[in-house]
Design a protein around this ligand. Structure first.
Ligand code: NAG
Ligand code: NAG
Ligand code: NAG
Length: 316
């Protein structure tokens, strides 16, 4: 017969996620470096140089919350990616428009996702953030299928419809109450996507359902889709909306929002993710390796006021 104390300890071990147990045992890393995955250039981009790009808004988004950024360029050797994984403290999968199963972006997202699963299982904390296409890519990686469906959400700002599970979200509990209130009633989350993960397809897929806690949904009037989620047992987070756009993108079209509340929402999402990256102890093997990898080695290109991204970094 087990004593109540032993039973309690066993229950705590079973119920508490990996992240909670790792995080309590670690000191924080106040010099986090986050990798942002590049993707194949948009066909017909008149400013394009080389083969891939990163929109500068994702870089600024993380920098404004206290991280430095390393670009993860496409078309390198697997060896280089593995080395980079052990040098950085988190990964951001940005929005864009590439194939979720055949592009270099999808191949590298899988490579880093698999490494992150293994690392977290071994109590080596490594967070991943997916925005828009990054959200969609995570659903493909977790379910091994593309379960997305078309929605009428190409340029629209929406309030989040929080689920009951949002109450005990690791991410949302760090947001100020008045900001959660704004997010739930004001049209301040920018949606620029044709594809969505419907609540229906999510609920029918056991892999997704077991992996992610749905924090908010939205609807295009016909289909209810997932707009915010976090993994139960891994420090993985995904938003179908664009927290990086409000402060850093200025194309004048419906769906773009620049209200103070939208900018606070942007900051708090970035700040949450950067605080997750601070729990990672990965580091570059030397200061010169770090210096060579940082995005400061590249200059962003202004694409004009009508650009969907104001500034892009381009890479060979
Ligand atoms: C990838 O790199 C190889 C060798 O460096 C080069 O031949 C190839 O054109 C590159 N592909 C892309 C898409 O940049
Ligand atoms: C569910 O996923 C399939 C692809 O497997 C897709 O064709 C279908 O439109 C999706 N349905 C909904 C309601 O999301
Ligand atoms: C929010 O957007 C919806 C859908 O576009 C619109 O019907 C509603 O009036 C907007 N609400 C506010 C407060 O702007």
């Amino acid at each position: 017969m087990w004593s109540p104390a032993v039973v309690f300890a066993v229950l705590v071990t079973i119920c508490c996620n990996v992240s909670a147990s790792v995080e309590s045992s670690l000191r924080l890393n106040y010099r986090p470096v986050i990798g942002i995955l590049a993707q194949e250039n948009i066909v017909g981009d008149p400013h394009a140089q080389g083969s891939s790009y990163i929109a500068a808004s994702y870089v600024k988004f993380l920098e404004a919350a206290g991280a430095r950024v390393v670009p993860i360029r496409i078309n390198r050797t697997n060896e280089e990616y593995v080395k980079l994984f052990h040098s950085i403290n988190g990964l951001l999968l940005p929005g864009g428009d590439v194939d979720l199963q055949k592009s270099q972006y999808s191949r590298l997202a899988k490579l880093f996702y698999d490494l992150a699963i293994k690392a977290n299982d071994a109590l080596d904390y490594f967070p991943i953030w997916g925005t828009c296409q990054g959200f969609q890519q995570l659903t493909v990686l977790t379910s091994n299928r593309n379960l997305l469906t078309l929605t009428a959400t190409r340029a629209v700002a929406l309030p989040l419809i929080f689920t009951p599970a949002a109450q005990n979200s690791r991410m949302l509990k760090t947001f100020p109450k008045d900001l959660l209130q704004s997010l739930s009633v004001e049209n301040i989350t920018s949606n620029f996507h044709s594809w969505s993960l419907s609540l229906q397809n999510f609920s029918r897929n056991v892999k997704l359902k077991r992996f992610y806690k749905v924090l908010s949904t939205n609807t295009d009037g016909k289909k209810e889709f997932i707009s915010t989620m976090e993994a139960y047992r891994y420090p993985f987070y995904a938003v179908q909306w664009h927290p990086e756009k409000s402060p850093f993108e200025w194309i004048d079209k419906p769906g773009m929002v620049h209200t103070p509340s939208s900018i606070r929402a942007s900051f708090h999402t970035a700040s949450f993710f950067v605080s997750e990256a601070m729990k990672s102890q990965h580091s570059f093997s030397s200061a010169s390796e770090e210096e060579k990898a940082l995005i400061y080695n590249y200059s962003p290109v202004f694409t004009g006021l009508s650009g969907i991204f104001m500034q892009n970094y381009y890479f060979d």
